[in-house]
Design a protein around this ligand. Sequence first.
Ligand SMILES: *Cc1c(COP(=O)(O)O)cnc(C)c1O
Length: 408
Amino acid sequence: MIQTTLDIETIRKDFPILNREVNGKPLVYLDNAATSQTPQQVIDVIVDYYQNYNANIHRGVHSLSQEATDAYEAARIKIKKHYNIAKTHEVILTSGTTHSINLVANGFTSFVKEGDEILVSAMEHHSNIVPWQMLCERTGGVLKVIPMNQKGELVMEEFHALLSDKTKLVFCNHVSNALGTVNPIEEIIDASHKVSAAVLIDGAQAAPHIKADMQALDVDFYTVSAHKVCGPTGVGMLYGKEEWLNKLPPYQGGGEMIAEVTFEKTTYADLPHKFEAGTPNICGGIAFGAALDYMNSIGFEAIAQYEEELLQYATEQLLAIDGLKIYGTAKNKTSVISFNIDGIHPYDIGTILDKLGIAVRTGHHCAQPIMDFYKIPGTVRASFSFYNTKEEVDVLVEGVKRAKNMLL
Ligand SMILES: *Cc1c(COP(=O)(O)O)cnc(C)c1O
């Protein structure tokens, strides 16, 4: 029995897309770790913006521009409150996690010297590996990897052994998108600070499951993409401690990020605008705020508890299939199940599931080093959200059985 205080049937009515059919079958959307679906409440905010007050922000004296600016800045305050951020100007609105990480990696160019060390975890998304490799190429810094074990947990003794006064930066995701592992970021942040290393936590995958508290964590940087948390694509957050954001140089030059421009010299705008060159995704930022409102109206505790039940049920049902192996069995994990069946390529399973209306992801999930670690080409990944049901898990399990029978 799955128990929840949530009224899942009512919640599902908020998501019009869940009513559609795919290949003649009701859609079973289990690709939430790639992107979440958008509730009507957020769609309404997007439509309202374009129907009623679409205008460029911050520069205009006219009323529409004022309304758009007010709504955009109100969204920034919603994000600040949601993540318990001390100062509003510590919220930088970006195009998403990838943009946020690149902004920091670029900014660190002058803070990393030859031989300095940057630690990254073994279970990073490509967007949290490549920018650091590029930073090392520019600076002569050295990238070191915090290893993981077969369960998909970081080996914390090795992490502590890697830390030294050469460590300048530590990067880790809060939750792994490929395995679902929730990493012990509190321990990582505290230990890194003891050697005066800065820490960036990629919170993209944590966003729909965990309400992170920036002040309690005392983290230096934290990133989020709105589209993982019921918001639109192409917008997200970089949280940075004020002292770091003041030290880092701007990432892009352009309008909005300047105080004064002459051909001899330009001075930069104050935070947060120093990092927000050009016209931002105005509608997206406003909708990001609405998405957090929506999630909070449901409640993160109830969401986490229900998703945990779905995860346990799905894990049991899938493991009952002969030859099925789950990758990522960390004690502390979110509702993501990466799996393979002996002798079958994950892509073939994904293709058959799609014919049955079931959306899962197959491949390396932008985390190729994890697949190399397990010596597999990829996995089938089913990731569950609070709007998924036990019945949908049953459809998945039947679909996987059917795929197995067809392919073996
Ligand atoms: C989705 C995701 C990213 C990338 O987010 P974008 O919105 O594509 O920039 C990075 N890290 C993790 C853990 C993710 O889940």
